[in-house]
Design a protein around this ligand. Sequence first.
Ligand code: GSH
Length: 238
Amino acid sequence: MERCVVALEEKIRDYLGNLGFEIYPFKVGWYNEALPPAFHLPYPDNTLAFVVVSIPAMFDKAFKPFLRNQVLKKIRDPIDQCISYHLTLVKQSLDNQQLDIMYDYEMLPNRKPRFLAQTAAHVAGAAYYYQRKDVQQDPWGEKKIYGVCIHPRYGGWFAIRALLLFPEVEVPFLLRNSPIDCVTTEEKRITLLEKFNFHWKDWSYRDIIEVKDKYSEEQKMYFATPPAERLKLLNLQE
Ligand code: GSH
């Protein structure tokens, strides 16, 4: 069984790795134990799952080629459609393996997200989820402070896109990798949460650590532009 899981992981990584995605395995139990029951994923604790994140290279390696091959008038959510296109191909390549895909943009009927992406990234060891509780001398009083994930190689220049869940694959033996704590000092953590909560529009929180790669100017411009005007920007629509 352990060898099958390694092979499965390799197969998914072989496909998605060339497209600017990373995957991190985890057990559903690790996620569920971090959250109140209302947020639990409805699978047994030992169920195999992966977090899928996009890194800066996704824009050139997956997104632009995807756009070139589409009938643009029919595209409403180019980024989301590109990701679901590739994850659907992953699913098809796994023949009879049962695979449930949950996307970050999916909502439950009660308007809650289908899963908490940052918690999933943290428990899978993909990116450290810095929260108010990670700061000892909390300067924020009554203010609501949102937490943010930081990737050890890409800082804030990445996005959590989906979960892959394998209901038929149990992995009691899976070893847990802790996320890398790359914002180590109290001062830096305070700066990070301040930037993310009060200056998120300038994106400076993404550079809280030195990064190996970040969004190109073109990619930054794309995401900073309102969705309705984005395709025009890439010269893909009159
Ligand atoms: N639904 C639209 C689409 O599919 O094109 C918008 C997608 C979108 O812009 N998503 C944001 C994103 O990918 C939120 S996750 N941002 C990249 C980032 O913030 O790093």
